[in-house]
Design a protein around this ligand. Structure first.
Ligand code: TXA
Ligand code: MG
Length: 350
């Protein structure tokens, strides 16, 4: 398959590009596009066959539901039954933005989109290209992150090209995304709204608006029969680089010391060692490759670079990576959730 790649200029000239892209969507094809969180792999969300194409292209298990992306609140009413008042408050506050709500679905939403569930995930992204594409296509667009199943999510069009060139119809290159981690998912079908996936909109920010919010207890734990995450996608190993990844957690001095000790041990055995560090610590390591996520005192910079750094290691011969840990507070909750998953929960506490 030929993949058409178009670079957005964010001027009126883009109009033609959106016309082409929306024709592809309307005829059941696949278009990757930027959002403020990560790139999405879009298809007509109400077309059963189009949604199936997404699963096939990603190699995604069919029980893992997709998020429907909309461009206005009216569209939400056509997709879901009940919008509880807590949901209304949060959507008023955070939409368009990196918050996905889970609601009871209406008949119009095909089971191929929801992985067979009676509920549906909906988000209004805060990105001009995403909103314009949805408007032009005149329908909700189903879009998972535009990565092959198991790979880190794409934060640049190049990541999408690496995973999907020749396998999808079109890629809209809108530049680097702003946030770099997928949206916060909140389940409004439970009595107390529950966070199923932490993201840029933090538990504290949600609490400030509606007072109370639960956190899926299966997050950040090794999953067992009795402790299974409520978002089906959260149970898969994910975001994983090809190299073994181990997180080292503790006071920063001891973390640096321990990583250097472990790195030296491995390098002596002839292994190629990488370190995931921060601006504050990057000069303290002795390893074959040191990648910097961002500044510890600016966790948004860490979030923005996480997937790019994980993907970059895949282009090297590094076979073992040690990463610093972050706090579990605020945005750190989402960062640690993704890092732990990428590491298959392999963590050393010092
Ligand atoms: O930021 C984002 O949310 C990005 C951009 C493209 O919008 N999209 C994204 O989609 O991360 P995806 O498919 O990679 O992740 C969707 C997550 C999966 O973990 C899935 O299991 C969960 O949402 N999900 C979708 N529908 C659900 C439902 N009805 N109930 C519970 N979890 C659901
Ligand atoms: Mg994903």
């Amino acid at each position: 398959m030929d993949t058409l790649i178009k670079t957005l200029k964010y001027t009126e000239e883009d109009e033609k590009i959106y016309q082409i892209a929306s024709k592809v969507i309307k005829s059941g094809g696949l278009v990757a596009f930027p959002t403020e969180t990560v790139y999405g792999l879009g298809a007509d969300g109400l077309n059963e066959m189009a949604a199936r194409k997404i699963y096939a292209a990603k190699g995604r298990p069919s029980d893992n539901p997709l998020i429907l992306h909309i461009s206005n609140r009216e569209q939400l009413k056509e997709l879901v039954f009940d919008i509880p008042s807590n949901a209304e408050k949060l959507l008023d506050h955070f939409w368009p933005g990196p918050l996905t709500g889970i609601f009871a679905k209406k008949k119009s939403v095909p089971y191929s989109t929801t992985g067979g569930l009676e509920s549906v995930a909906v988000r209004m992204p805060n990105h001009p290209a995403a909103l314009k594409l949805i408007q032009t296509a005149e329908r909700p667009i189903a879009a998972p992150s535009a990565n092959l199943s198991g790979h880190p999510s794409p934060t640049l069009a190049q990541h999408v090209i690496d995973d999907f060139f020749g396998r999808i119809d079109m890629i809209l290159d809108g530049g680097a995304v702003g946030i770099g981690l997928e949206s916060t998912i909140i389940d409004f079908t439970s009595e107390i709204p529950t966070i199923l996936r932490p993201g840029y909109i933090t538990q504290n920010m949600i609490q400030e608006i509606i007072g109370i919010v639960d956190l899926d207890p299966a997050l950040n734990e090794i999953h067992t029969e009795n402790l299974r995450p409520k978002a089906p996608g959260m149970k898969y190993r994910h975001y994983a680089p090809k190299a073994e990844l181990i997180i080292v957690e503790g006071s920063l001095d001891r973390v640096v010391e321990q990583i250097n000790y472990l790195a030296a041990e491995r390098m002596q055995k002839g292994e190629r060692v990488g370190v995931i560090a921060t601006e504050e610590t990057k000069n303290l390591y002795d390893a074959d490759r040191v990648e910097v996520l961002g500044r510890r005192d600016d966790e948004a910079s860490v979030a923005r670079n996480l997937y790019r750094v994980l993907r970059r290691f895949d282009t090297t011969d590094i076979n073992i990576i040690y990463s610093e840990a972050f706090s579990y507070e605020k945005l750190g909750q989402a960062i640690m959730n993704r890092l732990l998953k990428a590491a298959g929960h392999h963590k050393i506490i010092v």
